[in-house]
Design a protein around this ligand. Structure first.
Ligand code: NOJ
Ligand code: CA
Length: 531
């Protein structure tokens, strides 16, 4: 639905990511599920987000938390039933919330019946639904392509005893890559999209979007000289970001466009350049190719200011819309940088131009939880930023009970609950005017009250004191200014919006306003929105 200023709902909106296993247990088995999520949608409507993106809920052996699908049109028993899903969509829509599913097209689980059939013989009808090749003469893998979880040359390929060939698995050996060059595969996946679109979903987040097509000549990749600027260690041009991928994505776009107002988010690689991000939006029809810049760049003034300026300009030049996130189920929570810096980062996230993604729990400042080795579930990434992926997938903290209100108090949750649940939980935060939760809610309210904050142009204010990022959103009389102090000592800034003395609309950290002088003093990690 477009608004008066011509923007789409997802340009004005804020997307909230839920990791379904950890949001709310509805049936008392210690694992989050769809009924649980439905029962918590009121929290999200109260908070003021516009859409929920659910990490995968499809049938899966859960060797990669559901990113290993064994049936794309079934809900995993762990999460409930299709009826539960329909009820969730209906409840969300009643509350004005959209529902985005996580589509995993690059690979299936090795237990998917398609793969079981494909590997059964060289003549199997679905043999060519996956990527099978002969090894090299000396018995090695067909090419030196790596998998994402093991950087040694050739690990992308797995030898299969039964038929003597190798199959490609770009993420991990239990997640064989589908062969997108095969039109039958593309048709089957289009049917999957339609299945969920017909049930009312409002869009998809597409997993590993740049990997779908592979070089048809299967050429080896070469090591790149250090510092070529791409961020990649190996020249993986034969393995991903293939031009054919763009064509596949356009086909997906066409399927989705048969339904009005649907959103496509594409998971880009963490190394993707700004040019690649805007290309995927402009050429492939991916509305929001995920920008991980706030995760991968140092959280320092110069790096962040440069990122925002460059990305904003590139997006405007190509007529596409930016997007931002601070974390997700693959990266540590922003509190890794400290609670105050995390709050400042949230102000930035929710006021810079582009659709923000908020990862569940970040709105209350949840920490990265230390999960003892015997309780860990995620096998693939043993260390991201010094913690395992389990650390930022722990149960949502609703209250200060033994299981934080996530599941019954006498049931052990699937991952341990953060030890800080007494202090960091929704119930307490709702009553505390200084909480991260109420800051986020305030910013989400402001985005509606002052639409320039959501869709207005971005302009950086030059000449701000060292370490202070100051920008304006909007045009003419409708202007909001934002200042964030990255420096480790206080800074004084002069802020004037539309000739009037500064009026603080939202703040975090030490903020002192001198209305007579029109100056604002910001302590370290403080941020202010003025309008
Ligand atoms: C990216 C997902 O975000 C991650 O969690 C998953 O492990 C891989 N893709 C494989 O699907
Ligand atoms: Ca459950």
């Amino acid at each position: 639905m477009t608004s008066r200023d011509g923007s789409a709902w997802w340009q004005r909106g804020v997307i909230y990511q839920i990791y379904p296993r950890s949001y709310q247990d509805g049936n008392g088995d210690g694992i989050g599920d769809l009924q649980g999520i439905s029962s918590r949608l009121d929290h999200l409507a109260w908070l003021g987000v516009d859409a929920v993106w659910l990490s995968p809920i499809f049938a899966s052996p859960m060797e990669d938390g559901g990113y290993d699908v064994s049936d794309y049109t079934a809900v995993d028993e762990m999460f409930g039933t299709l009826d539960d899903f329909d009820a969730l969509v209906a409840r969300a829509h009643d509350l004005g919330l959209r529902v985005i599913l996580d589509f995993v097209p690059n690979h299936t689980s090795h237990q998917h019946p398609w793969f079981v059939e494909s590997r059964s013989s060289r003549d199997a009808p679905r043999r060519d639904w996956y990527i099978w090749r002969d090894g090299t003469g000396d018995g090695g893998p067909p090419t030196n392509w790596r998998n994402v979880t093991d950087d040694r040359p050739g690990t992308g390929w797995n030898h299969d005893e039964a038929t003597g060939q190798w199959y490609l698995a770009t993420f991990s050996p239990v997640q064989p890559d589908l062969n997108w060059a095969n039109p039958e595969v593309r048709a089957a996946m289009a049917d999957v999209l339609r299945f969920w679109l017909d049930r009312g979903v409002d869009g998809f987040r597409i997993d590993m979007v740049s990997f779908l097509a592979k070089d048809e000549e299967f050429r080896d990749e070469t090591d790149l000289p250090q510092g070529d600027g791409s961020g990649y260690v190996h020249d993986a041009r034969y393995h991903f970001n293939r031009p054919e991928t763009i064509a596949h994505l356009r086909e997906m776009r066409a399927v989705v466009d048969a339904y009005p107002d649907r959103l496509l988010i594409g998971e880009m690689t963490y190394e993707a350049t700004i040019d690649t991000l805007v290309d995927y939006a402009a050429d492939a029809g991916i509305d929001l190719p995920t920008n991980f810049g706030l995760i991968t760049r140092p959280f320092e003034h110069d790096a962040i200011a440069d990122l925002i300026d460059t990305y904003d300009r590139a997006a405007a030049d190509r007529g596409v819309w930016p997007n931002w996130c601070l974390s997700n189920h693959d990266t540590p929570r922003p509190t890794l940088r400290g609670a105050a810096a995390a709050r400042m980062a949230l102000v930035l996230l929710l006021t810079v131009r582009g659709t923000p993604f908020v990862y569940y729990g970040d709105e209350i400042g949840m920490a990265n939880v230390e999960v003892p080795p015997e309780r860990r579930d995620d096998p693939w990434s043993t260390s991201v930023g010094g913690v395992t992926r389990d650390s930022f997938r722990t149960p949502m903290q609703w209250d200060d009970g033994p299981t934080a209100g996530f599941c019954p108090s006498d049931v052990e949750p699937w991952l341990p609950v953060g030890a800080d649940r007494d202090a960091v939980n929704v119930r307490i935060a709702r009553e505390d005017p200084a909480s991260t939760l109420l800051l986020v809610r305030r910013l989400l309210t402001l985005r509606r009250e002052r639409p320039e904050l959501a869709t207005g142009p971005y302009r950086r204010v030059r000449g701000a004191p060292d370490g202070c990022l100051v920008y304006r959103r909007g045009d003419g009389d409708d202007v909001v200014a934002v200042a964030c102090n990255f420096a480790d000592t206080a800074r004084e800034i002069a802020v004037e919006v539309s000739g009037a003395p500064p009026r603080v609309l939202a703040r975090t950290g030490a903020v002192d306003v001198d209305p007579h002088e029109a100056t604002i003093r910001l302590g370290p990690d403080a941020a202010v929105v003025v309008g």
